[in-house]
Design a protein around this ligand. Structure first.
Ligand SMILES: Nc1nc2c(c(=O)[nH]1)N[C@H]1C(S)=C(S)[C@@H](COP(=O)(O)O)O[C@H]1N2
Ligand SMILES: [Mo]
Length: 416
């Protein structure tokens, strides 16, 4: 009980600021807003069967990078699709707005789930083949997890948080733990790796340390309360909580227990081939970003705001998020909204009374392992590169994102 008091006091203080700076007179009473005839949404068969959002809500995904890029093998014109984090509330990304990462571009396998099979083989006592029905009969788990593409990086030319951070999303996934399937197949102790493969030949294949496979990997068929979307791997995908996006093989059709690291399509040079070191190398570092106010948005004027953002880490649950409203001189603990789940986006917020002067907003995440999100300058120093002049972080970029608030309320990406 006692521990709750400071929060309550902070809230009340925030409340006073709110009343002081919002023009409450402009809010019309809700009564008397009865829609006139013609202002109803017609209940068509489609609307009854599967709902739509309001036509006034226009939040959209976008090709990433902006303008799109052909997939490396030329299958589709849109290689990656970024989620509109600037409009996000809470910690779940709706399935229709989940980012898409694909090595084949917009070319998506159209799989009949009754025909689909998942095979577990290699260094096992009993190779097994599962139908989708078989998988759904097994004990399931439901967990929120983020997926982030290793290519999710902020560049000076990125104007919005969708461009700089939109290649991450968080959904509630349902499926069977991979350990259940591997044990059922009698996986041999001598197998240190698995290779997971999607239904598009070698695409989406990746080598994963056995320790991770037996820990929390999930063979998922459910997403946000319904079947996976085709863009997310229908009918079934692998989830490798906290690991770079490329490990989360979609259209999963085969898992092979193997005696060594296998080169796969996902090999882009920086991967670690010793199982012990790999786990850390593949893990997404502690990361956070302020989604409001963020690049391209416009503050109407000085006064009360709630700074809001997302934090996540491949190392477990987010344990702390700090926010600076003065370019990093002072840091304040943000409020964690709801439960901070392991390897899931976590919403944070901080009440802020803007004095109307130019400033910079930053956020910094600490995870349950005690890992702290680095500043861009620290990352540059580590890689012996010069921050500024368009420095792009090699490997994963989990550096702190600064947003500059100009005195006219315009918000800009402040990295250089
Ligand atoms: N079969 C298959 N699995 C795949 C890929 C792919 O192209 N094919 N892309 C990977 C990459 S690069 C990423 S970042 C994640 C993205 O998952 P999402 O599209 O559901 O967001 O899926 C991974 N799994
Ligand atoms: Mo990716």
């Amino acid at each position: 009980m006692d521990s709750k008091r400071p929060d309550r006091r902070r809230f009340l203080k925030g409340g006073a600021a709110l009343a002081g700076s919002l023009t409450l007179g402009a809010v019309k009473p809700a009564l008397g807003q009865t829609p006139e005839s013609g202002q109803f949404i017609k209940g068509t068969d489609e609307m009854i069967a599967y709902g739509d959002r309001s036509r006034f809500v226009t939040s959209k995904r976008m090709p990433h990078p902006p303008g799109g890029r052909e997939s490396p093998d030329g299958f589709g014109l849109v290689f990656h699709v970024a989620a509109p984090l600037q409009d996000s509330v809470g910690m779940i990304t709706p399935s229709s707005l989940h980012f898409v990462g694909t090595t084949r571009g917009s070319y998506i396998p159209d799989i009949d789930p009754t025909e689909h099979r998942l095979m577990i083989h290699g260094m096992v006592d009993r190779p097994l083949t599962f139908t989708m029905e078989d998988l759904k009969r097994l004990p399931s788990v439901t967990r929120p997890h983020f997926i982030e593409c290793a290519g999710n990086r902020s560049r000076p030319q990125h104007k919005s948080v969708q461009e700089s951070h939109g290649m991450t999303s968080c959904a509630e996934w349902t499926g069977v733990l991979l350990s259940v399937l591997l044990k059922e197949a009698g996986v041999k102790d001598s197998a240190p790796w698995i290779v997971a493969e999607g239904a598009e030949e070698v695409k989406g294949a990746s080598s994963i340390p056995m320790a991770k496979a037996m820990d929390d990997c999930m063979v998922a068929y459910g997403m946000n309360g319904e079947a996976l979307r085709p863009q997310q791997g229908f009918p079934v995908r692998l989830l490798v909580p906290g690991f770079e996006g490329i490990f989360h093989s979609k259209y999963l059709r085969r898992i092979k227990a193997v005696d060594r690291y296998y080169m796969t399509y996902s090999d882009y040079g920086h991967l670690n081939r010793e199982p012990e070191r790999a786990a850390l190398g593949y893990q997404i570092g502690p990361k956070s970003v302020i989604t409001f106010p963020s690049g391209g948005q416009q503050l109407p004027g000085k006064g009360f705001y709630q700074i809001s953002g997302l934090a996540w880490s491949g190392g477990g649950a987010v344990s702390k998020v700090e926010v600076s409203t003065d370019g990093g001189r002072r840091w304040m603990d943000a409020e964690i909204k709801g439960t901070a789940y392991r390897m899931a986006h976590t919403r944070f917020g901080l009440t802020w009374n803007w004095d109307g002067k130019e400033t910079e907003l930053l956020s910094r995440c600490t995870d349950e392992l005690g890992q702290v999100q680095p500043a861009r300058a620290q990352v540059a120093e580590f890689f012996n590169a010069r921050a500024g002049s368009g420095f792009s972080v090699p490997g994963q970029d989990n550096s702190i994102q600064p947003w500059r608030i100009a005195s006219d309320g315009a918000v800009h990406n402040a990295i250089t």
